[in-house]
Design a protein. Structure first.
Length: 115
């Protein structure tokens, strides 16, 4: 499975961005992770195939949402009320079966939030 992430860019504090990640085939779970400069990669959000199970990092609840379009094999990350600490490279990842780890990763897209 190949992943193509897009949608990053420069935005001011309080602004919004929508990231997209298109998979080349059907997936089970899709998720977003991020890595800020000098920090380890961290979990952001995930969603299962049916969309009835979504998870968010506690610090991001209420600002980020993760819709997906199974017809397009695409997951999105809607980011609202962005803060400078959200600046990071955002990676999408997928798992093909329930119970598996995220074993396919996209190339990353940079989000920069200016103060």
């Amino acid at each position: 499975v190949q992943l193509q992430a897009s949608g990053g860019g420069l935005v001011q504090t309080g602004g919004s961005l929508r990231l997209s990640c298109a998979a080349s085939g059907r997936t089970y779970g899709m998720g977003w992770f991020r890595q800020a400069p000098g920090k380890e990669r961290e979990f952001v959000s995930s969603i299962n195939w049916s969309g009835d199970a979504t998870y968010y990092a506690d610090s991001l609840k209420g600002r980020f949402t993760i819709p997906r379009d199974n017809a397009k094999n695409t997951v999105y990350l809607q980011m609202d009320n962005l803060k400078p600490e959200d600046t990071a490279v955002y990676y999408c990842a997928v798992k093909l079966k329930i119970g598996e780890s995220y074993n396919y990763w996209g190339q990353g897209t940079l989000v920069t939030v200016s103060s």
